[in-house]
Design a protein around this ligand. Structure first.
Ligand SMILES: O=C([C@H](O)CO)[C@H](O)[C@H](O)COP(=O)(O)O
Length: 210
């Protein structure tokens, strides 16, 4: 099981500062959607240059033009790029095809997918690398968690790796780990802690044991 740090509410210098603190405890660093909106793919490029041994995920949440956007993010240095599960199949297939050419990977974010079981089965047949259940900020504010969705995809997904994101904290991590995702994605659970290094270290210890 791997740990991904999501960076959302920071600029590029702040992102580098946080990764400097926690790099040894994370497997993947995510350039979150708000960072891409504010800073562009330059954020992906700069983080990859600063931390070449870390995989960088570009959380583009692609909804259209899958092939083109995967190409641009891959050229910037992303190892993994996100595409939305609610997108048309052609968008997901285009993203997968381009990622194969670029030797990068596609993560499908199931945020707002209503029929998780059926859509996860379909997407699993499209050759994607990860399927990620996700309760985004707006769902978190409404008290919605994606834990049940994780149990669903663990049951039906056969090819892709499974991942979970959204509001995971140290106290909820053991329950998440028990469900056995391949990748756990944590943003505020690390970045909003006074001691980010300690939080990342404790999380990495738990994730590594699983
Ligand atoms: O993808 C995310 C969200 O939609 C904002 O872009 C976050 O990276 C994801 O939710 C993980 O962050 P936390 O919820 O703070 O753990």
């Amino acid at each position: 099981m791997e740990l991904q740090l999501a960076l959302d509410l920071v600029d590029i210098p702040e992102a580098k500062e946080i990764v400097n603190e926690v790099a040894e405890y994370i497997d993947i660093v995510e350039i979150g959607t708000p960072v891409v909106i504010n800073e562009g793919l330059r954020a992906v490029k700069e983080l990859k240059e600063a931390f070449p041994s870390l995989r960088v995920l570009a959380d583009l949440k692609i909804m259209d033009a899958g092939g083109y956007e995967v190409m641009k993010a891959s050229e910037a240095g992303a190892s993994i790029i996100t595409v939305l599960g609610v997108s048309d199949d052609s968008t997901i297939r285009g993203a997968v095809e381009e990622a194969k050419k670029q030797n990068t990977k596609v993560m499908v974010d199931m945020i707002n997918v209503k029929n998780i079981e059926e859509r996860a089965r379909e997407i699993d047949q499209m050759g994607v690398d990860y399927i990620c259940v996700h309760s985004g900020y707006d769902h978190q504010a409404a008290g919605i968690s994606s834990f049940d969705d994780l149990l669903t995809i663990k049951r039906v997904v056969k090819q892709a790796k499974t991942a979970i994101a959204g509001g995971i904290k140290l106290n909820t991590l053991p329950q998440v780990i028990a469900a056995g995702p391949d990748l756990v994605i944590v943003g505020g659970g690390i970045t909003s802690q006074a001691d980010k290094r300690a939080a990342a270290s404790e999380m990495k210890q738990l994730v590594s044991k699983a």
